[in-house]
Design a protein around this ligand. Structure first.
Ligand code: ZN
Length: 276
């Protein structure tokens, strides 16, 4: 599943390829993925609408049209492919946007779990699901103090489990949590309530850095991930995730793998000492 950095990579690519374009037609081949309305009014509403820009809230992509946000969630396998001219539809292409300049944007989704929904711009941010999202990790208002406050709700949980909760630190998935805790030198089993403010500051800084690096690398993920620019597979340099038995890049100790809350968890037993 694409995580926040991958979705941000998709957003940047879409921003370059479709912002400023005006929709001439929309064809939907899998009606179930359009939420909240029938296909015909969905297509009608977008006719002659211009994409001002492409934004992101959490893992939702927001196509910012004149009157609406088209809120798109890629779920497991959703991908966007822009084409400079009309092309034959792939069997996994479920929505085709044609623009007035003759170019097209294809939404492709092998698993068909992705969703699209049109939301009124005036109310979209005040209603679910966008209103429920926590502060963005790159928002300057998301500080170490905010993270410390969020962690109070999870003080009995291992920090690994607490950080996977998107209401604590938006955007950190399993890979990024392991990398963050290694960079911050915190053992994944440390109870959130046992962390000092200094520990939390290091986790905050490391988490933001890891996500930023992942965005710059075009997103990580273990499986190959094709960005809309077609650049293909990207791989973030991973220090611990998937590296069990390999030497820690900082101290050379073999990385270990354990389960925490049912999730495979990688850490360095020397750099990351448990504080229970
Ligand atoms: Zn180490």
């Amino acid at each position: 599943m694409p995580e926040l950095p991958e979705v941000e990579t998709v957003r940047r690519s879409l921003e370059r390829s479709v912002s400023g374009k005006t929709v001439s037609s929309v064809k939907v081949y899998h009606p179930k993925m359009i939420r909240g309305m029938e296909v015909a009014p969905f297509a009608d509403a977008l006719h002659q609408e211009r994409i001002e820009r492409v934004e992101r809230r959490g893992k939702f992509l927001l196509f910012d049209f004149d009157r609406f946000y088209l809120v798109s969630h890629l779920r497991m396998e959703g991908k966007y492919f822009p084409y400079p001219q009309p092309v034959e539809r792939d069997k996994h292409t479920h929505v085709v946007f044609r623009f007035t300049d003759g170019s097209e944007l294809h939404y492709n989704d092998v698993r068909k779990f992705g969703t699209m929904e049109l939301r009124d711009k005036k109310t979209a941010m005040q209603t679910a699901p966008l209103a429920q999202l926590e502060r963005e990790p790159f928002d300057p208002e998301f500080t170490a103090e905010v993270l410390a406050e969020n962690l109070i709700r999870k003080k009995r949980s291992p920090i690994k489990t607490a950080l996977l909760d998107q209401s604590i630190f938006l955007g950190l998935g399993n890979i990024y949590v392991d990398e963050t805790l290694h960079a911050a030198r915190v053992h994944p089993l440390t109870k959130a309530g046992a962390l000092t403010l200094d520990d939390i500051s290091r986790i905050h800084q490391a988490g933001v850095d890891v996500l930023r690096q992942a965005v710059e690398a075009g997103g990580s993920t273990i499986r190959s991930y094709v960005s809309p620019s077609g650049k293909g597979e990207f791989q973030l340099q991973l220090a611990v995730y998937g590296q069990n038995g390999e030497p820690c890049p900082r101290c050379g100790t073999a990385i270990e793998k354990i389960k925490v809350g049912g999730r495979g968890t990688h850490f360095c037993p020397t750099c990351q000492q448990v504080a229970l």
